[in-house]
Design a protein around this ligand. Structure first.
Ligand code: DAH
Length: 342
């Protein structure tokens, strides 16, 4: 009994170590004194039942009291250390976490998807083609004359003698006609390249969507109805459209389609230069020579085609004044249109 009381007195001295202990030392002290098996106090308490009844009470009470003192001192020191860790210079544990960036679809990609979805409902499949093309696909099979100014290196990016970055998505019309027999209904999104200045309304690389429908008995009525239906689904059901005569080597007759200006609803504003209309695509009935160049009988088949610029269309819809915003990757601009993650 005496030795146990002496041991307790000695242990009590060690209470003084606690307020100075760092985290690691505190952990060691806790094990050393209160540890469930080898802890010094635990062992003393373990011996209490073996004492004769007269000393059991005294030693037991002293040991239990000391155990509570240790537990309280250790808990107090633990709290102190935790608080100190929170106020380490430059560390604010109450600061909210950083937002995790979620990827979003570029506005032009969203518009491309939306346009292709509308045409899918109208029976069109999505197709793609290469960005580097030969002159035959980019020009000649499309009925461009040999001396057409677009062939000039001023307008196109040539990669070699007979290899250039496509200046439009129309060459994929040729690839489709060569490969698949009619009936054909495709939409073809893709990047195209031109030696244009990079200014508010031009970019040397931009997106186009080509469309092609070839079958027996396709008429100008099918052509107008399909594109007018598209415009009403993409913009609003009461959007007015108009077709103006135009010229493209690969269509006859050719037309440009305008939609009612989406900003002023046709009244006239700065965006539509007071006309009330905005041009959104070039189009026409597929020229018989184009069908014949691909081995498709122009006696039996006819069709229509169009090409449009989804960036321009996105600008029309959202009143965006400068096309360069789409190609400068400024997140402050893009995040306004952050669409679904793909
Ligand atoms: N390829 C023309 C361009 O880039 C757009 C175009 C006009 C495509 C009429 C067509 C079309 O398919 O029929 O300016």
């Amino acid at each position: 009994m005496r030795d146990l009381l002496a041991a307790l007195a000695e242990l009590r001295e060690r209470l003084q170590e606690i307020p100075q202990a760092d985290e690691r030392r505190l952990h060691d002290l806790k094990t050393e004194i209160l540890g469930r098996k080898a802890g010094a106090l635990t062992q003393i308490l373990g011996r209490v039942p073996t004492l004769d009844p007269s000393s059991r009470k005294e030693v037991g009470a002293a040991a239990n009291a000391l155990k509570l003192e240790f537990a309280a001192a250790i808990a107090a020191r633990e709290r102190e250390l935790k608080r100190a860790a929170g106020s380490v210079a430059g560390l604010d544990l109450t600061m909210p976490g950083r937002a995790v960036w979620r990827g979003g679809l570029h506005l032009v990609t969203q518009v491309v998807d939306e346009i292709c979805d509308i045409f899918r409902e109208l029976g069109f499949t999505r197709a793609v083609g290469p960005e580097a093309e030969t002159e035959r696909y980019n020009f000649f099979a499309l009925n461009f004359p040999k001396d057409h100014p677009a062939l000039d290196a001023q307008d196109s990016f040539y990669l070699g003698d007979d290899l250039l970055l496509r200046t439009h998505t129309s060459p994929v019309q040729i690839r489709t006609l060569e490969r698949y027999p009619p009936p054909i209904r495709v939409v073809i999104p893709g990047q195209v390249y031109r030696r244009d200045p990079f200014d508010a309304s031009h970019s040397p690389v931009f997106e186009q969507i080509e469309g092609l429908a070839v079958d027996e008995g396709i008429s100008f009525v099918d052509f107008k109805a399909t594109l007018a239906t598209f415009a009403r689904r993409f913009f609003t059901a009461d959007t007015r459209v108009r077709f103006r005569p135009s010229f493209f080597p690969f269509t006859e007759p050719s037309a440009e389609m305008d939609v009612q200006c989406q900003i002023c609803k046709g009244v006239g504003c700065a965006t539509c230069k007071q006309t009330g209309w905005m041009e959104i695509l070039g189009s026409g009935m597929v020229h018989p020579a184009v069908l014949e160049n691909c081995g498709v009988s122009s006696e039996r088949y006819s069709g229509f085609a169009w090409g449009m610029g989804p960036a321009r269309i996105a600008m029309t819809r959202h009143g965006i004044a400068d096309i360069r915003l789409f190609y400068e990757s400024d997140v402050r601009f893009l995040a306004q249109f952050a669409g679904g993650v793909r």
